[in-house]
Design a protein around this ligand. Sequence first.
Ligand code: KG4
Ligand code: ZN
Length: 341
Amino acid sequence: MTVRGPILAIETSCDETAAAVVDGRRVVSSVVASQAELHAPYGGVVPEVAARHHLGTVNAVVDEALERAGLRLGEVSAIAVTQRPGLIGALLIGVATAKALAYASGLPLIMVDHLHGHIAATWLDPIALDPPYVSLIASGGHTRLDLVTDLRSPRTLGQTIDDAAGEAIDKGARVLGLDYPGGPALERLAAGGSRTAHRFPVGLRGAGTRDFSFAGVKTSLLYAVRDLGEPLAEDVRADLAASYQEAVMRPLADRLIAAARDEGVPAVSLGGGVAANGRLRELVAEGAARAGLRLAVPDRSLCTDNAAMIGAAAQFTDVIAWPDFLGMDAVATAPPGGIAA
Ligand code: KG4
Ligand code: ZN
């Protein structure tokens, strides 16, 4: 069973504390408190720091989302929360908060899969994409292709066998001396360089696969920098950045378009923080135009972690009646084979 009416959604799986009110396809309010600056000195997300910060922030973020929506807690029809996958300590803060709020206000609870949220982001206004489509989610933690014929049960077609695309971008950026998170900085550096200056290997190329691998290209960059010798001239760094970015983005775009053609769907969608990358958008747009596919790319605020997308997926996830959810828990891992909706 699913619900109608406004849903209060909460997301704390990684380093953003987020809450939103979503009603059907409409995002009524969406608040995201990013911890990115807190983790930057460590070069990555520190799980305990993330959990502690969520704890201090989540109530204020929930209050702000309700206030901006002009609603009191008792006026929403359900509470949704990210159950999995993610950092367990971080997830637990959101799940405990959602359970407490639902219990205290007699509301049902909806436990949402984070990847399901990313996939459902394009269902929201103003994009309002309906299945069937193939979705590419590429972030710091995930890289996945899903066939969406029904938003209740997306089916995973392929995923990374080692690093996530965003992780590869962040590690590459670090090798080139850029600060974490390196995606935007690497893209800026790449803008002045040549995509063909260096031939970095494309992981699993020619294997006819829908999976991804980024460990090889990362190692190649490391060797290239070592062989060139430090310090690198600015134009050499730009060439390395552009060639490296190309080796990460090309398989993402190519396999997304190939999967959509093979599955015979009319549309593709992008999500996750890496979807902000201009070169990825360009490659996917070119491929989609050639193949006659509709391309759905949400606004950047819906690509990176947020709670509105959790509210979207919640509408395609079974509701747990009050108070049956009290025994539910957060889970660090993704379920095998796709989404546990
Ligand atoms: O979805 P997201 O905000 O957080 C999660 O990982 O869940 O994604 C963050 C990732 C980081 O690896 C970041 O470097 C990457 O997205 N990213 C980019 C760009 N902006 C963010 N990668 C390439 N180009 C960008 N412009
Ligand atoms: Zn995410």
